[in-house]
Design a protein around this ligand. Structure first.
Ligand code: PLP
Length: 304
């Protein structure tokens, strides 16, 4: 699954940025592909390659009813001629929403499980019962986030030809942020904006992902003080969640419509809206030195 990778880097124009002498450029990953948008392509790339290497003809993954990852996995599996199974949190509701209807139309078998059962998804017993039901499959974790994902996400940095000091991203599982850490050249830093409330777990989750990555991809099998390594590469913002995942706040709505009108770049209120709000708020608060160049990742999340 190779798609042509030449995302545009678009400079934001605003009075505030001009006045503070800060450059923000948006890396439009959302325009890479109509169905496998944004960061999800990079997460799936080596996972699907691995599935094929292992001779698996079936992939199984997990997500909520509005999951961009479910949507992208269904599309990518269909492109590659793989069967796909989506374990969906919660009850089946008819008619299916747009995400699930698309996934099903793309050939994904949707299997709904209760919230309680879904919470067991990382347990061996649960996996064994899925194997009993669906036979052999290649398992992609929730959000597509694992060491293979990090290897793909790391490649995002190779798409940026300009010099920059910071790269901003929205965070769900933190895999995108962790992948960016791997591809940066110090003293460049990634700034992550948590879309979830109480994102304190994110740092620990990223640590686990990075440990797995180092075990899988490097001989050293890990680095000694991972915390220090991470802190020199990353800053995590937990104050821009607007009430939590998929909570719809008027202030954020207003920001998004103003932003879209001024920049002609569509964004949404679950992930990218929060990141842009946060970045511009940090600019206001003089978080960045004058003349800094910040690349903001448009991780997608919108569908035509
Ligand atoms: C999935 C998603 C994210 C979150 O990525 P993580 O790697 O899980 O942190 C961010 N933005 C958009 C648009 C997404 O769909």
């Amino acid at each position: 699954m190779e798609i042509i990778l030449s995302p545009k880097l678009i400079r934001l124009e605003s009075e505030l940025l001009h006045q503070k002498q800060i450059r923000i450029s948006v890396l439009r990953l959302d325009t890479l592909h109509s169905q496998i948008s944004g960061n999800k392509y990079f997460k799936l790339k080596y996972n699907l390659e691995e599935a094929q290497k292992r001779g698996n003809t079936k992939v199984l993954t997990f997500g909520g009813a509005y999951s961009n990852h479910i949507y992208a996995t269904a599309a990518a599996a269909q492109m590659l001629g793989l069967e796909s199974i989506g374990i969906i949190r919660g009850e089946r509701r008819e008619p299916l929403n747009a995400t699930l209807a698309f996934a099903q139309k793309s050939g994904m078998h949707l299997h709904f499980v209760s919230r309680e059962a879904y919470r067991q998804k990382d347990q061996t017993d649960f996996k064994a019962s899925l194997q009993g039901q669906f036979g052999d499959f290649y398992l992609i974790p929730e959000g597509g986030s694992n060491a293979f994902a990090l290897e793909g996400l790391k490649e995002i940095l190779g798409l940026i030809k300009d010099d920059f000091q910071y790269i901003g991203t929205a965070c769900g599982t933190g895999a995108t942020m962790a992948g960016l850490m791997l591809g940066l050249k110090a003293p460049q830093k990634v700034i992550g904006f948590s879309a979830l409330k109480g994102g304190g777990f994110l740092w620990e989750d990223m640590k686990v992902l990075l440990q797995d990555y180092f075990h899988q991809y490097t001989q050293v099998g890990g680095i000694e003080s991972l915390d220090v390594w991470m802190r020199t590469r990353a800053e995590l913002m937990l104050e821009y969640h607007f009430g939590g995942y998929a909570k719809n706040k008027p202030e954020l709505r207003q920001f998004i419509s103003d932003f879209e009108a001024a920049q002609q770049i569509p964004i949404e209120w679950i992930y990218t809206g929060k990141m842009f709000f946060g970045l511009l708020d940090l600019v206001k608060k003089d978080y960045f030195k004058a003349q800094s160049h910040i690349v903001a990742l448009h991780t997608g999340g919108l569908r035509g």
